[in-house]
Write a protein of this length. Structure first.
Length: 173
């Protein structure tokens, strides 16, 4: 289940809870535009995605096993404060992690997510992400855009296609 609270701003590893003891409920989160859902059934995720026009998704596992040497660098990168021009939707399929989002007063609100939790961050909100001390999260990332996987049948039209030219002289396909 989701749990949210004001970040304590104390020094120490980003993976620690950093719980100030000041709880934030789902209602207060929604006033920041941050929407939380608990979806034990993938059908509920499919429905939300369809309702909001999300046609694409992928899955990412953040762990030393899956990322190898790049792991610590990735963990730091996810924790850099940033925003997006579109909303960010994440559905946790395993493990757990923290999304930190900025409140209206520019304080960090830490949202702890675990399996079956889905979070929507509104466009333009400053945020960052970290795994916890277990160093494992398996998450689905939802995207609005159609994947560019439409098969283009071979023929005259493709002979001058710039994507094909970019394949270079040694391409096998
Ligand atoms: C993000 O946007 O920071 C991520 O996708 C992190 C991994 S998904 C929980
Ligand atoms: Ni982001």
């Amino acid at each position: 289940n989701m749990k949210a609270y004001l970040y304590d701003n104390l020094p120490g590893d980003q993976r620690l809870p950093h719980d100030s003891g000041r709880a934030i409920d789902a209602d207060a989160l929604s006033r920041l535009g941050v929407l939380y859902y608990r979806f034990p059934n993938i059908q509920d995720v499919d429905k939300l995605a369809a309702d909001r026009g999300y046609k694409n998704r992928d899955e990412i596992t953040v762990s030393p096993e899956s990322m190898g040497e790049a792991y610590e660098e990735k963990v730091k990168m996810f924790f850099h404060e940033h925003l997006h021009e579109d909303e960010e939707i994440r559905y946790i399929k395993g493990g757990q992690g923290f999304f930190d989002v900025r409140s209206k007063d520019d304080e960090w609100v830490r949202v702890r997510l675990e399996k079956d939790d889905l979070l929507i961050l509104p466009a333009g909100i400053y945020h960052r992400f970290t795994i916890d001390e277990e160093n494992f999260v398996h998450a689905m990332r939802l995207f609005k855009d159609e994947p560019k996987w439409t098969p283009l049948n071979r023929g005259r039209y493709l002979d001058g296609n710039s994507f094909r030219e970019h394949q270079g002289p040694f391409a096998l396909n």
